[in-house]
Design a protein around this ligand. Structure first.
Ligand code: SF4
Length: 281
């Protein structure tokens, strides 16, 4: 497979065929993000993508999921995404789900009919970064869109019959806005009601503007216990009606996987035990 540079994929796509259809992300300006330092957004040559699909047909007959890399594959022109999905369907007929990252700004340019068409052609899941439900945090992180636009595009994804997985980042408000970030993020998730939400813990990546801000004393990363307090505040504010809530990324201090609302009270009890010192994080 022609995988160029650092390839990022969600933890739950670990076993998927990684089909790189573009390089980098269209925004590439979030202050915390070190995902694509070496790439500017580029659409890959269609022949190379076809070649990779044929390679997958010869070598990955046992793998049923495909993930379109890199960071913003759905911002590619509609006809191009459609042709890639059609080729996956024809050449890898055993694949049951194709997934991709999607940004609010990229999705805004697609009509509802275009999103439904992608669903018909096999796209099944879109991963969106909400990061925070607090507009002050999103602006500070230079996210390039606000909470309302992310919620709106997330709802359009689900309205088109696609599954939505939303990522939020514990610690992104720093020490100062930790609890506000937690409460507002819970509120945004409640408005969205995604099928899945995943909470990561912020890790400062050397070379990023946010890591530099920490060096300058302008940003303070919450310590592990403060991260647990923040996560507890977020979970306490959740009113998810039917979602899988994952905090099992390697960055998390207290990993768990919860069916909401069923597991909410158990998760709160576990987090309280960590805060009481009865369970080590
Ligand atoms: S967080 Fe996402 S949108 Fe922001 S720069 Fe990184 S890949 Fe791009």
């Amino acid at each position: 497979m022609d995988l160029q540079g650092t390839v990022i994929r969600p933890p739950s796509e670990a076993g998927s065929i990684l089909l790189q259809v573009s390089l980098g992300c269209t925004h590439n300006k979030c202050t915390f993000c070190g995902a694509y330092p070496d790439k500017s957004f580029t659409i890959k040559d269609r022949w190379t993508v076809s070649n990779d699909i044929r390679f997958a047909a010869r070598n990955f007959r046992h793998i049923r999921k495909v993930f379109l890399c890199d960071g913003d594959a759905l911002s590619l022109p509609q006809k191009l995404v459609e042709s890639i999905l059609m080729e996956i369907r024809e050449t890898l007929p055993w694949v049951t789900r194709v997934a991709s990252y999607g940004s609010a700004n990229g999705l805004r340019r697609k009509s509802d009919a275009e999103l439904r068409r992608l669903r018909e052609l096999g796209l099944g899941m879109v991963y969106m970064g909400l990061e925070s439900g607090d507009d002050v945090v999103l602006a500070a992180m230079n996210k390039g869109c606000d909470v309302a636009s992310i919620v709106k595009q997330g709802k359009r994804i689900m309205g088109a019959g696609l599954k939505l997985n939303v990522t939020v980042i514990n610690g992104l408000g720093g020490r100062k806005r930790s609890l506000t970030h937690a409460r507002e993020t819970a509120r945004a998730l409640n408005r969205l009601q995604p099928q899945q939400a995943a909470a990561l813990s912020l890790m400062l990546i050397p070379g990023t503007p946010l890591a530099q801000a920490q060096k300058n004393g302008e940003f303070e990363l919450p310590d592990p216990m403060e991260m647990v307090i923040e996560l507890r505040e977020m979970v306490a504010g959740l009113a998810l009606e039917r979602s899988l809530f994952l905090a099992n990324h390697s960055s998390n201090h207290m990993p768990f996987r919860a069916r909401m609302p069923r597991d909410r009270e158990n998760v709160l009890r576990t987090l309280d035990s960590v805060l009481d010192g009865r369970i080590a994080p």
